[in-house]
Design a binder for this molecule. Sequence first.
Ligand code: GRF
Length: 218
Amino acid sequence: MTTTTASRPRIAVLLSGRGSNLAALLRNDCGGDIVVVGSNKAVAKGLDIARDAGIRTFAVSHKDFAAREAFDQALVNELNEHRPDLVVLAGFMRILTPIFTNAFAGRLINIHPSLLPSFPGVDTHERALAEGVKLHGCTVHFVTPVLDAGPIIAQAAVQVDDDDTAETLAAKVLLQEHQIFPYAVRLFCEGRLQVEGQRVRTLPKSPAQVTSGMAAGV
Ligand code: GRF
């Protein structure tokens, strides 16, 4: 079990669906405490996962707002109630405006099911098959106002086999998502990500982090 200390970053998660990436964050110690999980869908399965883990949840429906900006501002307000150090998009299926991305600039991370900059947007597995690529994968990146184009923190690749379908490819990629997402969040929480333009450098662990990792057996 992980001890919660005052210095652990507060993490807010947004999702729209089944929440397997949230579950991966909960299974692994990602270096911070998930203090709230929000969704644009009140019935998202991911909200059940959060509630089962004793985490506070909220839902704000985008359908209640005429403009994207108004929805984004409502989300920002809701999230700020929980004073997040990091906001994590774990399958949050809304395009965000600068109202949102600027509010959390530098502390907003997304998981995307392709090897960016290939295949930004939706239907990534179908498009990868249609293009005939032999390697596909997933990317964790900082979010900027440009869709799926922020500095890349981590990527994992999978081989595309001749008999792959969009479903089998998605399943292979998802397994990798569950590896790199907690890893990337942990790097952020440990203060080990240094952004220089589009490049993200991973700093080594500090002596204190090495010592506490040895004590925890990691
Ligand atoms: C994942 O494939 C993620 O990369 C994409 O949406 C999907 C969410 O899956 N952004 P889950 O809800 O975490 O299971």
